[in-house]
Design a protein around this ligand. Structure first.
Ligand SMILES: CSCCC(=O)C(=O)COP(=O)(O)O
Ligand SMILES: [Zn+2]
Length: 216
């Protein structure tokens, strides 16, 4: 796959983002959170563009050629490659929050199981966990961190609409689960997005363990 860049985007910037995405993806794959070509990752390039994983690639073995440029309408720019099937969920974040610089989506076992357990409630309420403070803006374990669980669908506009409805209701959003599918979270840069993802994986695992121990 060849990637031609608009004159306004330096090759060095695109390559640095592609390398960051590939390195992060390798780390997440090594944790077992991206099985069987699942998951997708992106970084903002500028106000109108992002770099995103090409659809269907194994996320533990990404190189620069597996990352492509899109505009924030989700169209490929300067390449015939097909962007992630879930591109609309990435561009939604970049369009709604100009300060956001990276979006991560993974399919860990914990994320998948917890999403099914809490799908009926539509939300997982996290409270009392010290690690909530790893989420930007959460200063104490006493705060409440709600992670919505949206029904899964192959129709991306429906997922986008569910996220819009949550936000338009004025509810804070740092991450969401999709039932039986996985998690989306983001940050101002890749380091912040990765910190959010790691904290949420831990917190969801704790909720799962609590649920199991209460049931036994
Ligand atoms: C085999 S996983 C099904 C698609 C999916 O949920 C995913 O995260 C990966 O899709 P992509 O098009 O980004 O490779
Ligand atoms: Zn997915």
């Amino acid at each position: 796959m060849s990637q031609t860049l608009p004159g306004t985007i330096p090759a060095s910037l695109f390559e640095a983002c592609a390398d960051t995405i590939a390195e992060t993806a390798r780390e997440l794959a090594a944790l077992g959170w991206t099985p069987a070509t699942s998951s997708n990752f992106s970084m903002r390039i500028d106000a109108d563009h992002a770099a995103i994983t090409v659809s269907g690639r194994h996320k533990g073995r990404l190189g620069r050629e597996d990352i492509m440029l899109i505009d924030l309408d989700g169209h490929a720019v300067g390449t015939d490659a097909r962007p992630s099937a879930e591109t609309a969920l990435h561009t939604q974040i970049y369009r709604r929050w100009p300060q956001m610089g990276a979006v991560l989506h993974t399919h860990s076992r914990t994320q998948s199981v917890v999403s099914r357990l809490f799908a009926g409630d539509g939300v997982i309420r996290l409270q009392g966990w010290e690690l909530q403070k790893a989420i930007t803006g959460y200063l104490t374990h006493e705060s409440t961190l709600d992670i919505p669980v949206f029904p899964n669908t192959q129709h991306m506009p429906d997922l986008v609409a569910q996220v819009d409805a949550w936000l338009d209701a004025g509810k804070p959003l740092h991450a969401y689960l999709i039932d039986g599918h996985g998690i989306y979270t983001w940050g101002r840069d890749m380091a912040e997005a990765q910190r959010h993802l790691e904290a949420l994986e831990f917190l969801l695992g704790c909720e799962l363990d609590l649920r199991k121990s209460r049931a036994s």
